[in-house]
Each structure stands twice: as C-alpha cells, then as structure tokens.
Ligand binder design. Structure first.
Ligand code: C2E
Ligand code: MG
Ligand code: MG
Ligand code: MG
Length: 299
C-alpha cells in the first residue's frame, strides 16, 4: 500500500508527495502509540472477552467462540483485526494469549455450574506465535490445572498458516493436548494453503468454513460448491464442520440444505459481553422461543 501511494505521489508532483508523506507519518505515529498502549494494556489486563454463540439450529446452542476486545481508554473499543496483528509482530500475543486462555477457562468453569450453559464448548483462538512457544503444551496444561476447567469443553482454533511448517512437531503438540480431551478446530478453512495431505495427518476435530464462502453462498455457485465440498470433506474425514459468518435465515437454510450442521454468525447472535451472551442464551432456551419441537438439547 505505502509503495503504491509513493509511486502515485511521485508521478503527480511534489505537493502530493508531501501529502502522502504526512499521511504515512501519521500512520506510523498511530502505530507507535498503539504499540505503546498495547504494552500497557497487556501489563494491566485491559481486555475483555466477548462470546459468540455456535448453534446447530436457532434454539440449539452447542458452544461459543471467545473473541477478544480492547476497550481503549481514549479510542474506544479497538477491533482485534487492528491490534492482533500488532500483538503478533511485537510478541505481545504470547502473554496476551495466556491471559485469554486463562479467562476462557475460568468462564468454562462458571458455565458448568449453570443449567443453561453447562455442556457448552468454548473455542479459543490461538496465534501461531503462541502455539510455537516451546512450552506451549505445558502452559496449556498448567492453566487447565489451575482453573480446573474441563478440557473436553475446550477447543483451540488454529489457522492453516499456523499449521504450515514442522508438521511433526505440530502433530506432537496437538496429540498431547488431545489426549487430555482438548479439541482442535481449523479456523478460516479454505483461505490458506493447506494441502489435503496435511489435513489427513493433522489430529483435528473440526473445520470452520470461512465466512468469505458464506457471504455470497446464495448467489455465487462457486461459493456454494466450495461450502458443499468442505462439508463433504469434513464428513469423509470424520470431522465436525461449522459455517462462520451466517448473517441471514436464507444463508442458514441454504447451508443446512447442503448438509452443514452447525453455524456461527450475526443471524444467531453477535459476539457479546458475557452478561448479554448469557441473557441471549436464556431467551433462546425459554420454551416460548424454541423452534417448535418443544425441546432444546445440547450436542
Ligand atoms: P475469527 O477467529 O475467524 O473470528 C470470527 C470473526 O468473524 C470475528 O471477528 C467475529 O466477530 C466475526 N463474525 C462473526 N459472525 C459474523 C457475521 O455473521 N458476519 C460478519 N461479517 N462477521 C462475523 P472479530 O471478533 O473482529 O475477530 C477477528 C479476528 O481476530 C478473528 O477471526 C481472529 O483471527 C482474531 N481474534 C479475535 N479474538 C482473538 C483472540 O482471542 N486471540 C487471537 N489470537 N486472535 C483473535
Ligand atoms: Mg476463530
Ligand atoms: Mg474464522
Ligand atoms: Mg479470521
């Protein structure tokens, strides 16, 4: 981007070059400030976890994904799309990642004690940089022990890029954690470069169909074909499958018809602070709002 801006700026004369320089300087400054604030935020735990419901139908909750939010004291809520990449570059993602996992595990323990949340799984995003820490497995086990969370309720979400190198080492780490009951989901599936050979060897539990295939699934036959193929692939490999980014009842029904059994998206629930998440769940489980079958069940 910066290179393109410079090129256009030079081509159109000195004034514009100055303009772009200033703009870039501003971007660099904002980044530096954000980095400084991020260090402080990690030190003081200035983050909150939001929870987004995962369902097998409109009144059939099965789990949630923990999604981090940064309520910046001056700038308001900053999206992870903005600060996670910065946290990854600076290495701050490692301590932040442990904070996220520990808090997610504490939430799982609290959920087990309440009728409407007992049995839900909780998916936690893990960055490559955190996963590649030599003590990753030990730290995860330590947090499980300390919080007394049930590992069978915990799912770790990895992306294809995380799984792109040192397959043997990755598999070893996953195996140890899987033996304790932890599940693994492959996030944003279909957007990376993982080969089918990789997929066959990795001890995964779930594929998450990326939202880019869900967005136009009704109108783009290629997206529909990809979604259908991912569902079939998951089935034949014995994996669970969930579609991300389901925003409309039409998308949901279409996905259901092509065989996708589980969904996550704004249509069912947005990522919400814990109180609102639990309230949404209570409403969903109330008899009046059940989907006509009269019963609501967990997986
Ligand atoms: P992701 O793990 O693929 O999470 C799904 C993203 O899609 C979330 O964005 C969620 O809010 C958004 N989403 C959910 N349903 C819909 C929908 O129906 N429509 C649309 N348009 N979007 C939907 P969010 O929370 O902004 O997070 C963005 C990314 O940041 C995540 O993508 C993940 O890669 C990263 N991230 C978020 N929380 C964490 C975290 O705790 N740790 C790490 N390492 N990364 C995180
Ligand atoms: Mg995710
Ligand atoms: Mg995703
Ligand atoms: Mg993503």
């Amino acid at each position: 981007r910066a290179d393109v801006a410079m090129y256009h700026a030079k081509a159109s004369g000195r004034d514009r070059l100055c303009f772009f320089d200033e703009e870039m300087a501003r971007a660099v400054r904002r980044r530096a400030e954000l980095e400084r604030d991020l260090v402080k935020a990690v030190e003081t735990g200035q983050f909150v976890l939001y929870y987004q419901l995962q369902v097998r139908g409109p009144s059939w909750p099965v789990g949630a994904e923990a999604l981090i939010r940064w309520p910046h004291p001056e700038r308001g809520l900053i999206s992870p799309a903005e600060f996670i990449p910065l946290a990854e570059e600076t290495g701050l993602i490692v301590p932040l990642g442990w904070w996220i996992l520990e808090n997610a595990c504490r939430q799982l323990v609290a959920w087990e004690r309440k009728a409407e949340t007992a049995g839900l799984t909780l998916s936690v995003n893990v960055s490559a940089r955190q996963f590649y820490q030599p003590d990753f497995v030990e730290r995860v086990l330590e947090i499980l022990e300390k919080t007394e969370a049930d590992p069978r309720r915990l799912k770790l979400e990895l992306t294809e890029s995380t799984l792109a190198s040192d397959l043997g080492g990755i598999i070893d780490k996953m195996r140890v954690l899987k033996q304790r009951g932890i599940g693994f989901a492959l996030d944003d599936f279909g957007t990376g470069y993982s080969s089918l050979g990789y997929l066959k060897r990795l001890p995964l539990d779930e594929l998450k169909i990326d939202q880019s295939f869900v967005r136009d699934v009704l109108t783009d036959p290629n997206d529909a074909a990809i979604a259908r193929t991912i569902v079939a692939l998951a089935e034949s490999l014995g994996l669970q499958v969930i579609a991300e980014g389901v925003e409309t009842p039409e998308q949901w029904k279409f996905l259901a018809e092509l065989g996708c059994p589980a969904y996550q998206g704004y249509y069912f629930a947005r990522p919400l602070p814990i109180e609102q998440f639990e309230e949404t769940l209570r409403q969903m489980l109330a008899p009046a709002s059940s989907d006509g079958q009269g019963t609501v069940k967990f997986e």
